[in-house]
Design a binder for this molecule. Sequence first.
Ligand code: HSE
Length: 378
Amino acid sequence: MKAALLGYGTVGKGADAVLKGSGVEVSRILARRPRPELGERLTLDMSDVLGDPDISVVAECIGGYEPAHGFLRASLEAGKSVVSSNKQMIARYLRELVSLARERGLSIAFSAAVGGGIPWLVNLVRTAGADRITGLGGVMNGTTNFILNAMQGGGGDFADALAEAQRLGFAEADPSADIDGIDVRAKISISADLAFDVFLDPETVPVLGIRHITAADVANFRELGLVCRLIGRADRTDSGAAVYAEPMLFGAGSAEQSLPGAMNLISLEAERAGRMSFSGPGAGMGPTGSSVALDILDISRGRSAFDAISCQNVIENDTDGVLHRYYARGFSKLPFEAESRTGDAVITGPVSVSAMHAAVSAALEAGDRPFAASLAGR
Ligand code: HSE
């Protein structure tokens, strides 16, 4: 079987390496600039991919909304199955692309979009096929886990840790997507879509990032015996789902507290199977490239787990009913009662996710540099 890769950055290169000798031939690679090392396989023109009847799978590793989305649509319209590692684009266009794939009897798979090399989405789909998933979530961004570990380890400076994550190929081209939680928003949206077989507009997911965390916050957490992680969370509700992304503080004994480096740790809760956790490298060339390659191989063998999804039922996101206690600092006016104080921060009583996220937005608009993190399980 022949496949084409769109993009030859970290992920495309990784997928190409894994596919060597696999039985799938990467016969075309679309790149933006001449790359002599790719020889005859290189093309700068997408019509060379679309017009080649021998190519049956097109894997997109470009990133961004366009032209990635247009290229996948055109590939499906040309009768080719598609694979993508592009979480922002998949989160936004999942419903449309799955519908198009189903109309044409083709496959669409995107394991690499969430969890890098971890077989998270395929197991989520598999579990959802025979069980009722009630909730899911966890640490889904390697860059911020790396930064938080560096800061919590003692000597770590935010900027140095970010630069190292960029050097190692974890961070997004624009790392504000990592730091501000936009990356996690896409990943938790896609995960919720598959777990509940629905479609949720990712723009409706409230997000808090770690941009304004300070060394003093980390010292406060240490004193409380807590460690900060940036998490995504989705719970099934009567009317749809409650989906959000925010920093969360985990205590001793939790798997999240000791999660090293850029690792991810994502769990699901299902009515019959119970709670299951998946952990591993969530980013980088080898892990993410492997996921793309495995999606292509699964399609070539006619057994893609993603063939079971529909994701056509559009649902609303409502986080009013999710209550957390929050660590909050840097608000000139915090509209919640403090239950206790730690350093220059407060711990609030139970506050809804929607109310706390609105309070952070208001503080940012007022020119504050607020930081808020929920307390896991409290
Ligand atoms: N920037 C992302 C991360 C890459 O750090 O997790 C993998 O999606």
